[in-house]
Design a protein around this ligand. Sequence first.
Ligand code: CVU
Ligand code: MN
Length: 588
Amino acid sequence: MAAKYPKIGIRPTIDGRRRGVRESLEVQTMGMAERVAQFLQQNLKYPDGSPVECVIADSTIGGVKEAANARDKFAGANVGVSITVTPCWCYGSETMDMDATIPHAVWGFNGTERPGAVYLAAVLSAYAQKGIPAFGIYGEDVQESDSELIPDDVQSKLLQFARSALAVAIMKGQSYLSLGSVSMGIAGSIVNEQFFQDYLGMRNEYVDMSEFVRRMEEGIYDKQEFERALAWVKENCAEGADNNPAHLQISREQKDSQWETVVKMTLIARDLMVGNPELDKLGFAEEANGHNAIAAGFQGQRHWTDHFPNGDFMETILNSSFDWNGRRAPYLLATENDSLNGVTMLFNYLLTNTAQIFADVRTYWSPSAVERVTGHKLEGEAAGGILHLINSGSAALDGTGEQTIDGQPAIKPFWEITDEEAKSCLEKTEFRPASQEYFRGGGFSTDYLTKGGMPVTMARLNLVKGLGPVLQLVEGYTVDLPEDVHHTLDQRTDPTWPTTWFAPKLTDKGSFKSVYDVMNNWGANHGAISYGHIGADLLTLASILRIPVSMHNVEEERIFRPRVWSLFGTEDLESADYRACQNFGPLY
Ligand SMILES: C[C@H](O)[C@@H](O)[C@@H](O)C(=O)CO
Ligand SMILES: [Mn+2]
C-alpha cells in the first residue's frame, strides 16, 4: 500500500577531494544516511499505518554530477521530502538539492575533526540566497567523530521536520471535494481555488448535493454493504431522546426511514471521495473512480437539510477511525463545507494520523458567568474560563476521549485503537433526532461529552484579502465539569450536539493573556481540534507552506522553522514569520 505515499530522500554529502579526504569520510557519511533512514522508518508512519519509506542516494554526493544522480534516482522513486546529512565540509551550491517544490533539511554533524557545521552554515546560506527555504539541524553537543548516535535534540528536529514535510508531500496532488457549495454564507465554504492550488498543490472538485439523490434513487451504492452497515448501526448506534417539542416530532416510521437515508449518505459520500471498485461491478465505472479526495466538505444547511435528513451521522462516522468495516483511517469531512476548517483538519490529521474534532467555537464562559449561572467556581485548568466547542450535530466518535494512552484519555491512530475502545466510544454516544427547527428534514445529531484531561490543540486557517492564508492555533486541555454544571450550560444551547469543554494554556503574551482573548481573537466560527500538543509541528508545517501564524501559545524552544527565517528577525518571531512568508510566497 505504501507505494502510493511519497518517500523521504536521504542525501549523504561529502568533501569531493579524492586521494585522502573523501576516502576517509565515505563510511561515516553513508553511515549517517543509513542511520537517519532507519530512525525515520522506525518512528514515522503513513496514514495507513505502514512505516514511512526512505530512499538513499546510490553514492555519497561530492559534486554536481552526483547531486544530479541522486535527483534522478529520487525522481523515479516518488521522493517528496529531502534530507541532506554530512559530517564534513562539502561544496554548498554544488551538492545541494535544488528542487524548490519540496521541503529540505540539512543535518550537519557537530564534530570538529571535520567541519559538518561549516557546510551546514554554507549550504543554508546558499538556500537562502537562492530562495529555497531549508531547515538546519545542528546538534547542541560536540560528538566523537566515530559516534553512531543521533543525539536526542537532532532526533526530535528530524521528526518534527519529517512529519511536517511528509504532510506537505502527501496532500500535494490530492483534491478537496465540495459536496454542495456555500452553507449559510459561511466564508470558509466559499472555496478559494487559488489558495488550494498555490499553497497546498491541491485541486478542487465539486459535486452538487443532488448527486446523493441520484445515487440513492438509482441504487448507485453497494447494496450488500448497505445492509451490513444498517444492521451494524442498529446494533451499535443508540438513538437518543427526541428533544423536539411534541408538535415537531416525527413518527417512528419516518425515523426508521431516515436511518436508512443517513447510512446511504455515508456510503455515497465516501464513494464520492475515494471511489469504490464495487460500483464498477454494478456497471458504474465512472462513479467507481471517485474524486481522489483527501478531504471533503458537506454543505448540508440549508439546501439539503431543509428537505432531507442532515449530514451529522455521515460526518461523524466518516471522520471516525472505525465503522461497520472495522478500524480504518478517518475520511476527513468538514461540516458546512467549511473548506478552511477542512484543510486545518487535514493539517492536524497528517501530523498525527488521528481523527479530528470539527467544532463551532461557540461560547466563552468566564469564571464569573459560570458561577452566576451554576453557582460553581471553575478550578484547575479551567480556572481562567472555558470555551464551549460544540458542532451543530457531528464530530468524530474518537472525540469522546474513550481511548487511552498510559491510562489517560486519548485519541490514537486507528491501528492502535482496541475493539473495546471503539465500542466504548460508541457506548458513550447517542444519536438524537435532529432539532427540527434547524433541520426541517430531520436526521440524527451526534451527542456526546468529551472526557476531560486530554491535551489538545485547536487550529484554524483564515483567508485575508491582500495577505492570503493565516493560521491560528491554541494548545490546551479538555476539561471535566461537574455533571450538573455541564448540564446547565449545555441546556442553554442545543443539548443534542457533541460538547468539548476546552481550557487554553495561558501565557502572559498577546492573545493568551486570558481565555477571553483567545476567543476574541479567533478568526472564524469553527476550529479543528486534534489530540496532543501539536502546535510546534503546525508551526513547522505552516512555515514550509509559507502560511504565517498570527497567534500561538507554543514555547519558543519548540519552534522550528527554516533557518532563513532568522534573517527576517530573531527578536519578534511573529513579525519575522509574516515577513518571511510574504517574501517567499506560496510554495507552488
Ligand atoms: C444549526 C445552526 O445553523 C448551526 O449550524 C450554526 O450555529 C453553525 O454551526 C454555524 O457554523
Ligand atoms: Mn458550524
